[in-house]
Structure formats: structure tokens, C-alpha cells
Write a protein that binds this ligand. Structure first.
Ligand code: AMP
Length: 452
């Protein structure tokens, strides 16, 4: 299957070939023809599957084939995303795929000045990529007109609901025209998503990648059992002895991300934190430094990392396991993207053994355990309840801060696991006596995360 056979026009084919893509990904093969036909779509696809091009390419083609009256440039396509980073990345994709077309786009999100956005909107844009909160600020100030929206995209709808944006989404839906094409993408289809889709989509085409976890198929997964107090030391050792140049590390809380970053810097490893309390400028700078290989370790919380498109990211480390097993799949989806191999390591202490079991149940695989010599688990340490910081509840709505001050929801807010104390005899994990120094680590058995 080629991009040509999907019916895309010459300008789009040129942009695609300049990106170096030769074959459409499964989600692109399915979605592009439906979107070109004008059908609504319910797409089960997560980041890493190529879904952005899957909706952006046909969306651009539809816009270009139905040009508005001369001299007018109303917003005709609206793409809603949960986070600023994802909005920026989708905005980049729209620009790149549409670079040979006379269409204009703008990205609007909170945390940055609103005036340049107002100015841009005033000059006219065809495609608007926005996070819900800032979009509503513009609606409130009457600096955006959504009455001519023909195509609405809800990207990562599950995450938008997780972040408490349902009311904002409903407000936007009440403003845009009833008659339009709607494309809804979500990694999971919970009851809430189905409810949203039912009221919104008109006989949608179901688009699904055969294996939801294709992005993580190429990921080698490994657990290093370790005491909580020694995780930082082990991480520094792994980064240093393996000479990792670019590693994305996940913590559960923003505070934890800051603390770990400081400790890594003390250990002589260049590191930066990326989370919802950081200014947009600081986040952009950290990401740019990481992409340019000036920063070896980027420490992120789940929501901040969601949607980050970093090419060829070879290593992901779960410094702490996520409370929600699905987040593990999202996290390791940061590596092994677009057919490349990657490695995901989890540093797991006795407190997290239940979380680990939940993850293994979800991915239907047992993750190999390997104790690093010198970091054997102390069997006398008893499990303690996991502290999640002082974040908002995951299901709660983010507070409505004034324009320009709104940040994404706190990633430290996932459901609290049962505080039941656990026996620590599993703390050594399934080590199989397989103790190795990091330097000696060989290629490991590849673990496929499989269907779920
Ligand atoms: P997405 O799931 O949209 O975030 O895309 C994941 C990654 O795959 C991005 O780095 C894209 O640039 C890349 N990508 C998208 N479509 C293709 C394709 N057909 N061939 C190769 N890479 C692609």
C-alpha cells in the first residue's frame, strides 16, 4: 500500500515523501480514505501509531478542496488536544504536511501570552490546534469565531477526560456547528468516552490498529528490583555505566521530578525536569536541550510527557511505576517508536509490587526481573503506602485559572492504590539468580506487550 493509492493530492504526497515516509501506517491506511469521504471516525489509536498524519493529511486535503470565499479565512478545522506539548506537536505536523498548501494554522494553549495568539487569530487561520481551556478564554473574549468549523478533531480524548476537560469540551461542542465532520481518537474506550462519542459522532467508521500496543512491540522491558532509597544511585549508575546519551525518566510527582533532577545534576549528569508547574518557556527549553543531546536525562511526569514526539528515543526508565497500569503502556510507548527498538526499565521497590502485578496483568506478560549487583533488595524493609504528593484527583476538573496562567492537570494525581501493607518476600522479584552489572548487560529477551 502506498500513500498515492490513498487518494492524497500531489502537494501532500510531496510533503510526506520529504518527511521520509514510504508506507502509510495501519491507522493511516484505514483512516485516510474515510476522512476523505467525509465520514466521522472513532479511532482507537495511541501516540506512536502515526495517527497524527492519519487525520492531518486528509483534513488538509478536504480544506484545500473546499476553499472559502475570497478574502475570508475562518477557522474551518479545530483540533483539540489535552496538553500544550501535544498541541505544539500536532501544530508542527500540520505545518509540515501542509507546507506546500496555501493554508494557515495556529496553535493556542495556556501558559503563554494571549495577545500574540489574538493577533494571529485576527489575521485569519484555517486550522486551529488548541487546548480546551485557552480556547474557551478566546471564546470568552470573542477573539475566535468557531461558527464555520467543518472538521473537529478530538485527539487523545481519553486523556482529555482524565484531565477533567469534559465540561470544557462540552462547552466547545455547544459553540461549533452541529453539522460537521468529527474525528475522535482515543487510546482506550471507557464508558465516558463511549458516552461522549454517542452524542457526538454520526455513524462513525471504526478505525483501529489491530494491536493497540504496536508501538511497544519493539520495546525490551526489564525490571530492576531495588530499595526505594537506592533508586537514584542505581539510576545514575545505569546512565553512567551504559553511557546513555538520551533517557526519559518518569516520576510519579512533580516534586519527585524536581528532586531527582537536582540529584542527577549533583551526580554530574545533565538533567532537566518537565512537568505542569514549569513555565512553558522552561518546558520548551528542556525539550529542546534534550533533543539536541545537551541534556542526557529528561525527568517527566506522565501528563507532561504525554504526546512528546522525540524521535529514536532509545531508553525510558520508570523511576517510579505509575498508579494506573495504562500509563505504563503510554510511558514505554515513548521508545521503540515507528518500528525502532527501544528499552524500558523499571526501578521497582517493595512498595510497588502490587502496581507491577497490575501492569503485568494488563500487558499479559511477566516482565523479566534482574537484580543489579550491589543493589540487592533488603528483605527486612516492609512495604509502605505510596505517597502521591498533594495533587488534584485525576477525575477532577483543573481549576480555572485566569488566562495565561492555566497549566495542565497534575500528573501526580492518579488513583491511590490500597495502602495495605504487603509482605516483602517478593521484593527480590523473579530474579532467577540473574545478577549482572549494568556494563555486562547483554541484549535481553524481547518481551512483547501484546494485545489488551
Ligand atoms: P504519531 O502517532 O502521530 O505521534 O506518530 C509517531 C511517529 O511516527 C512520528 O514521529 C511520525 O513522524 C512518525 N510517522 C508517522 N507516519 C509515518 C509513516 N507512514 N512512516 C514512518 N514514520 C511515520
Amino acid at each position: 500500500m502506498s500513500f498515492e493509492s490513498l487518494g492524497l493530492n500531489a502537494e501532500l504526497l510531496r510533503a510526506v515523501s520529504e518527511k521520509g515516509y514510504t508506507t502509510p501506517s495501519p491507522i493511516q491506511q484505514q483512516a485516510i480514505p474515510y476522512v476523505l469521504e467525509g465520514r466521522d471516525i472513532m479511532g482507537a489509536a495511541q501516540t506512536g501509531t502515526g495517527k497524527t498524519a492519519g487525520f492531518t493529511l486528509p483534513l488538509l486535503q478536504r480544506l484545500i478542496s473546499e476553499q472559502p470565499a475570497k478574502g475570508q479565512r475562518p477557522v474551518r478545522a479545530l483540533i483539540l488536544t489535552p496538553t500544550r506539548e501535544l498541541a505544539a506537536q500536532v501544530g508542527e505536523s500540520v505545518k509540515e504536511y501542509g507546507k506546500h498548501l496555501p493554508l494557515k494554522s495556529a496553535v493556542i494553549f495556556g501558559g503563554v501570552k494571549i495577545n500574540p495568539q489574538i493577533e494571529k487569530l485576527r489575521r485569519g487561520v484555517d486550522i486551529l490546534i488548541a487546548t480546551p481551556g485557552r480556547l474557551l478564554d478566546h471564546v470568552g473574549q470573542k477573539t475566535v469565531n468557531l461558527s464555520k468549523v467543518d472538521i473537529l478533531v478530538l485527539d487523545e480524548a481519553d486523556r482529555m477526560l482524565d484531565m477533567g476537560f469534559i465540561h470544557d469540551i462540552r462547552k466547545v461542542l455547544a459553540i461549533v456547528p452541529k453539522h460537521k465532520q468529527t474525528l475522535l481518537f482515543s487510546a482506550t474506550f471507557s464508558k465516558d468516552i463511549k458516552q461522549l462519542a454517542n452524542g457526538l459522532l454520526n455513524s462513525p467508521a471504526l478505525v483501529e490498529v489491530a494491536q493497540q500496543n504496536t508501538a511497544s512491540e519493539m520495546v525490551t522491558q526489564l525490571v530492576h528490583p531495588v530499595d526505594k532509597s537506592r533508586k537514584r544511585e542505581l539510576l545514575s549508575l545505569l546512565v553512567g555505566s551504559n553511557n546513555w546519551k538520551q533517557v526519559l525518566v518518569f516520576t510519579r510527582t512533580k516534586h519527585g521530578a524536581n528532586r531527582l533532577t537536582e540529584q542527577l545534576i549533583t551526580d554530574g549528569i545533565t538533567a532537566a525536569a518537565i512537568h505542569g508547574n514549569k513555565s512553558q518557556a522552561a518546558r520548551t527549553k528542556a525539550l529542546a536541550g534534550f533533543k539536541a543531546n545537551d541534556i542526557r536525562v529528561l525527568v517527566a511526569t506522565d501528563i507532561a510527557a504525554r504526546g512528546l514526539d522525540i524521535d529514536q528515543l532509545p531508553h525510558v526508565v520508570n523511576f517510579e511505576l505509575p498508579n494506573v497500569p495504562e500509563d505504563y503502556v503510554h510511558r514505554i510507548g515513548r521508545t521503540g517508536r515507528a518500528g525502532r527498538e527501544g528499552e524500558a526499565m523499571s526501578l521497582v521497590c517493595v512498595d510497588e509490587l502490587k502496581l507491577l502485578r497490575d501492569i503485568e496483568r494488563l500487558i499479559k506478560r511477566e516482565i523479566p526481573k534482574e537484580v543489579v549487583e550491589g543493589f540487592e533488595v533488603d528483605p527486612t524493609i516492609k512495604a509502605e503506602p505510596i505517597q502521591n504528593g498533594r495533587g488534584r484527583g485525576r477525575q477532577q476538573k483543573p481549576s480555572r485559572k485566569p488566562a495565561g496562567k492555566r497549566g495542565p492537570s497534575n500528573s501526580s494525581s492518579a488513583r491511590r492504590p490500597s495502602a495495605k501493607s504487603r509482605s516483602n518476600n517478593g521484593g527480590n522479584g523473579d530474579t532467577n539468580g540473574n545478577q549482572k552489572r549494568p556494563q555486562q548487560q547483554q541484549r535481553r529477551t524481547q518481551v512483547r506487550s501484546g494485545n489488551r
